[in-house]
Each structure stands twice: as structure tokens, then as C-alpha cells.
Design a protein around this ligand. Structure first.
Ligand SMILES: CC(C)(COP(=O)(O)OP(=O)(O)OC[C@H]1O[C@@H](n2cnc3c(N)ncnc32)[C@H](O[C@H]2O[C@H](COP(=O)(O)OP(=O)(O)OP(=O)(O)O)[C@@H](O)[C@H]2O)[C@@H]1O)[C@@H](O)C(=O)NCCC(=O)NCCS
Ligand SMILES: Nc1ncnc2[nH]cnc12
Length: 302
């Protein structure tokens, strides 16, 4: 049964799910190269405590994004402008909480867009509809984007290697979430591996397919190929729920440590997957099954 929650409370519930998904991601262990319960991975400036503090600091921004979207009704240019302003304020909250470390910039982007689209659509909407609507919002231009944004690691990697990066992923409606990560999470669960292994399989599936600008920025194409190849090798022997898969995950951990890279984009998309899993459970309704009477704004969802 879907419980309809009043808009302000729903915004807070969505924000709590977004923060919960970020915490679930960071606590997941062992994650190659990333911050987890073992330590900072290949990051010299991040710790588990810092990542937890960062996740909590984003709550206010996610509430604001959800409230703004709920009041707005349409995924239009105006909403994009408002979300970008809130997104930049939320980045400032992150930097304040972390003493200037970029812990969750990509996550603010991905989970912010998904939180906003969940607030915009009827409760119980499917993951596909949430991701597609997030993509509609992301495709509008961002006139407030400062010139210095072109100097970000992601922008440089996109220009140098011609990959779509975090922006392209969102604008395409998060295909890696819908076609890869969420199906992997649910398939692994159905195979009755532990929840930790199901989440690790999801991370590894993302690492095997993503053009992660974090990896490209630090290690170039050679490192990206090594990461993707090592991750595929975990999956080809049945994933992290098998002894062979676990051995290959350890090998991937060593490879990534020796390359000194970090799959930060895959980590963000794992958190986004866990958010969708929380707010759009398997079997949730698709747009074509939503009565137009449920919302005046049904047309843009079809
Ligand atoms: C559109 C924006 C995402 C800006 O994008 P851009 O590419 O210009 O900027 P980046 O700052 O590089 O952010 C992209 C981050 O997204 C993650 N990511 C990477 N590849 C992908 C991918 N293929 N798909 C999805 N997501 C991806 C990744 O984030 C994680 O890594 C961060 C650490 O990165 P970095 O600073 O490079 O770290 P280190 O390697 O550790 O640095 P050194 O130690 O080497 O110095 C970490 O934060 C993770 O989150 C990419 O980094 C968007 O941010 C934007 O426009 N924002 C403006 C506000 C806005 O519109 N908000 C919308 C509100 S809903
Ligand atoms: N666990 C993690 N480690 C490093 N960077 C990240 N970005 C998002 N999650 C991360």
C-alpha cells in the first residue's frame, strides 16, 4: 500500500532517504579505492568520519530541493535554475563540513536531481520515471554556472577524453542506474547473496561500465581500462558472493591501490541506486499506469 505523505513531510522523508543512501554507500566495505570502514582508500584527504559528516550536512539542501520541486509542478527551466542555486549552496555546506574537501559533489548532483524528481512525481512512481524526469531537469541549461566550473576535474576529463561524465549521465536519464545498477542489485538479492554482496556487486557492475571521470582525471585511459577490466573479472565468476569473485575483488583492490585512482563516480551512482531502491521499490507504478487525474501535469511524463 502506498501511503500519501503531506508535501513538507514528504520533502523531509525524501531528504532523509538521500542521506541514508549516502551513509549506506560509505559504510559498505570493502570498496576498492574508496573510503570505507577500512580507511580512506586512495584518498589522503578523506576519512569515514568526514564522509559521514559530509552526508549529514547535505540534508538541508536535499529538503530544499524537494520542497522547491514539489511547489513547482513542472521539470522546466525555472526549476533547473532554482535547483542549481540550491545545489551550489549545498556544495558550500559540504565544503564547510569537510574543511574544503570535495567528498560528495557528484552525489549532490545525482541524488539532488532524483530527490527533486521524486518530489515532483506522484508518490510510488517507478525508478524509470524518476530517472527520466531527473534527466529532463538536467537537460535545461544552467545559466548560473560559474566560469571556474570549466576547470573542474570532470570538465577537464570530458574535454580531454570526450566522455559524457556526470552531466551526460544525468541528461540521458541515468541509463547506468536503470539498465545496469538497479537490476544488478535486485538480481543479486534474488540469488540470495548477502545484502553486502548485493551492494558490492552493484558497485562492481558500475565500475565495469562507467566512464568515471574521477578515474580518468587521476589515471587516464590506461587506469580506466584496468578498473573496468578488473571489475568485469569479478562479475564473470559470479560476483562477490562467490569465493572466486571475492578473490578477484581483492585483486581489483590491489590494482586500484597501485594505480592510485578512485572510482568516485561509481560510488555516487551506487548511492543513487540505493536511493531509488528506497523510494521506488520493485513493482512501483510506471507513468502509463498513473491516471492523468492524479496530476494536472501528466503530459510531460509520457
Ligand atoms: C554537473 C556537475 C556534476 C558538475 O560536473 P563536472 O563534471 O563539471 O564536475 P566535477 O566536480 O568533476 O563533478 C563530477 C563528479 O561526478 C562524479 N562522476 C564522475 N564520473 C561520473 C559519471 N560517469 N557518472 C556519474 N557521476 C560521475 C564524481 O564525483 C565523485 O568524485 C568526487 C571527487 O572528485 P574529485 O574532486 O575529482 O576527486 P579526487 O580525485 O579525489 O581529487 P584529487 O584528490 O585528485 O584532487 C566526489 O565528490 C564524488 O562525488 C565527479 O567528481 C554538477 O556538480 C553541477 O553542475 N553542479 C552545479 C550545481 C547544480 O546544478 N546542482 C544541481 C542540483 S540538483
Ligand atoms: N566512499 C567514497 N570514497 C571516495 N569518494 C567518494 N565519493 C562518494 N563516495 C565516496
Amino acid at each position: 500500500m502506498n501511503v500519501v505523505v503531506a508535501a513538507p513531510l514528504r520533502s523531509e522523508a525524501l531528504a532523509a532517504h538521500a542521506v541514508g543512501a549516502l551513509l549506506d554507500e560509505v559504510e559498505l566495505t570493502p570498496k576498492p579505492g574508496l573510503v570505507d570502514r577500512r580507511g580512506g582508500g586512495t584518498h589522503t584527504d578523506m576519512t569515514l568520519t568526514l564522509m559521514r559528516r559530509s552526508a549529514h550536512a547535505l540534508y538541508r539542501g536535499f529538503v530544499e530541493m524537494a520542497r522547491t520541486a514539489a511547489e513547482h509542478l513542472l521539470p522546466d527551466q525555472n526549476l533547473r535554475v532554482q535547483l542549481a542555486a540550491i545545489g551550489r549552496r549545498t556544495e558550500a555546506d559540504m565544503y564547510e563540513a569537510t574543511g574544503g574537501v570535495n567528498t560528495h559533489r557528484g552525489a549532490i548532483w545525482a541524488l539532488g536531481l532524483l530527490t527533486a524528481s521524486a518530489a515532483l512525481l506522484p508518490e510510488g512512481s517507478s525508478a524509470e520515471d524518476l530517472a527520466r524526469t531527473a534527466g529532463l531537469i538536467a537537460r535545461h541549461p544552467d545559466p548560473g554556472c560559474p566560469a571556474k566550473a570549466l576547470l573542474s576535474h570532470g570538465s577537464r576529463a570530458r574535454a580531454q577524453y570526450g566522455v559524457p561524465g556526470a552531466r551526460g549521465q544525468a541528461q540521458a536519464g541515468f541509463p547506468h542506474l536503470i539498465d545496469l545498477a538497479l537490476p544488478t542489485l535486485r538480481r543479486s538479492r534474488a540469488a540470495r547473496v548477502s545484502e553486502v554482496c548485493a551492494r558490492l556487486d552493484t558497485l562492481v557492475a558500475l565500475m565495469a561500465e562507467l566512464d568515471d571521470t574521477c578515474v580518468l582525471h587521476r589515471g587516464g585511459v590506461h587506469a580506466l581500462e584496468a578498473v573496468r577490466d578488473g571489475a568485469s573479472r569479478v562479475l564473470t565468476v559470479g560476483g562477490t558472493g562467490t569465493a572466486a569473485g571475492r578473490a578477484r575483488l581483492s585483486q581489483l583492490d590491489r590494482t586500484i591501490a597501485s594505480l592510485g585512482v578512485s572510482p568516485g563516480g561509481a560510488a555516487d551512482l551506487l548511492a543513487a541506486t540505493l536511493l531509488l531502491d528506497r523510494i521506488a521499490p520493485a513493482g512501483s507504478i510506471r507513468a502509463q499506469h498513473v491516471s492523468p487525474a492524479m496530476t494536472k501535469e501528466a503530459s510531460w511524463r509520457n
